[in-house]
Design a protein around this ligand. Structure first.
Ligand SMILES: [Mg+2]
Length: 382
């Protein structure tokens, strides 16, 4: 029992909607729907997300916006508030929350704009009561710094922490002690397990297996025949509390990229290059904040008319040195940019991310001139 890690999963409650409510000074008891323009019920887009008040009308993410309007119309027919949403606002709120969570120290992993994992084992010296108290403390810190409500799950593995944060949503904290996984999972439908898709759940259901414990009780041999050996092994590790407890930014992120669209297409490539260097700085700043290094540099150039090309180069050892990547990005750009063509968008991406603490390459050294350019990769993604 002393061997278990203490993992926290933090998930903000109805995040986008909560940010909009705060920003616009709305009444949280009134239904708020974020998505495309409902056009008085004739809109063809979908609901991006909504607050809890809207959920009581049966409105859900990805529902057609016209259906949402039918259930809860906006003015003049009803009380629904419909907004398009501002990602800049959400990004700012998210950064504040993540700063609070990162302040704990220890391994930290932002899993999405409104979700993060933390390994707090060292921070609380392995004490599960102190762990629970820390979650409650973080919850009030998040509220104090942003006004937002977050739910916390504390458990010995990633998946159990994630399920735990759902358990008392919204605004709750739930602790699942080591050894309690089997009891916690008993009687739950397969679909409750994050990572189990509808296809697997349906396939198992055809065998008469509806719940997690029923699947586990079959044993890995029989379950493996129904759903594959990998799945069977994974499921038993989940129930036995031995599935992954690793918190690392690399679990969620494969690359870090930033791009910039010019208001007017730019003919002067010196100006474009300057913007590119700013992007490299910002990307490397994010990499350092995440504690990762990268082995792949990619420059994306979109010309007038959405004609988009990406140019990439790998280096033998992951690095986070901004000067190295400025040099690579500058050369990639200079060698690849088509002269005389105005540029609409410039982007930089750091890929093949590695955790420098677990990196195995120790003998190889990066030498600027020895790394070779990969053949030009030309893509059309516009
Ligand atoms: Mg959330």
């Amino acid at each position: 029992m002393g061997e278990s890690r203490l993992l926290v999963h933090c998930d903000l409650d109805a995040f986008f909607a909560a940010v909009e409510v705060l920003h616009r000074g709305l009444d949280p008891a009134r239904p708020l729907i974020i998505g495309s323009d409902p056009q008085q019920g004739r809109g063809r887009g979908i609901v991006s997300t909504c607050n809890y008040a809207a959920r009581t009308f049966g409105i859900r993410s990805a529902m057609p916006i016209s259906e949402a309007w039918r259930r809860c119309p906006g003015p003049p027919h009803g009380h629904g508030t419909y907004v398009r949403g501002s990602h800049r606002l959400y990004g700012r709120a998210s950064r504040k929350v993540m700063d609070v969570l990162r302040g704990v120290g220890g391994a930290f992993e932002q899993a999405s704009i409104d979700e993060a994992y933390l390994d707090i084992t060292e921070a609380v010296h392995g004490d599960w009561d102190a762990g629970l108290a820390l979650c409650e403390h973080l919850q009030s810190e998040v509220r104090a710094s942003t006004g937002l409500s977050a739910s916390f799950g504390l458990a010995p593995t990633r998946i159990l922490a994630k399920m735990s944060s759902e358990e008392r949503k919204p605004g709750g904290v739930f602790r699942l002690m080591p050894g309690d996984a089997a009891g916690f999972l008993h009687g739950r439908p397969m679909r409750d397990l994050p990572g189990v898709g509808p296809a697997t759940a349906t396939a198992l259901s055809e065998w008469g297996v509806e719940t997690i414990d029923e699947a586990y009780a079959l044993g890995t041999l029989a379950l493996g025949r129904m759903a594959g050996d990998r799945f069977a092994k994974w499921l038993s590790s989940v129930v036995e509390g031995t599935s992954s407890d690793e918190v690392s930014p690399l679990q969620s992120r494969r690359s870090i990229g930033k791009e910039r669209t010019f208001e007017v297409d730019v003919q002067d490539h010196e100006v474009v290059m300057e913007r590119l260097f700013e992007l490299v700085h910002r990307v490397m700043e994010s990499a350092r904040q995440m504690g990762v290094v990268g082995r792949l540099a990619e420059v994306k150039i979109r010309y007038t008319g959405f004609d988009t090309h990406t140019h990439r180069r790998s280096i033998p050892v992951g690095m986070d040195d901004v000067d190295v990547f400025i040099g690579i990005a500058g050369r990639l750009f200079a060698l690849s940019v088509e002269h005389e063509r105005p540029v609409r968008l410039i982007g930089f991406r750091l890929g093949d991310l590695e955790d420098p603490r677990t990196r195995q390459t120790t003998l190889m050294r990066y030498e600027g001139e020895s790394a070779s350019f990969e053949p030009m990769h030309r893509g059309e993604d516009g």
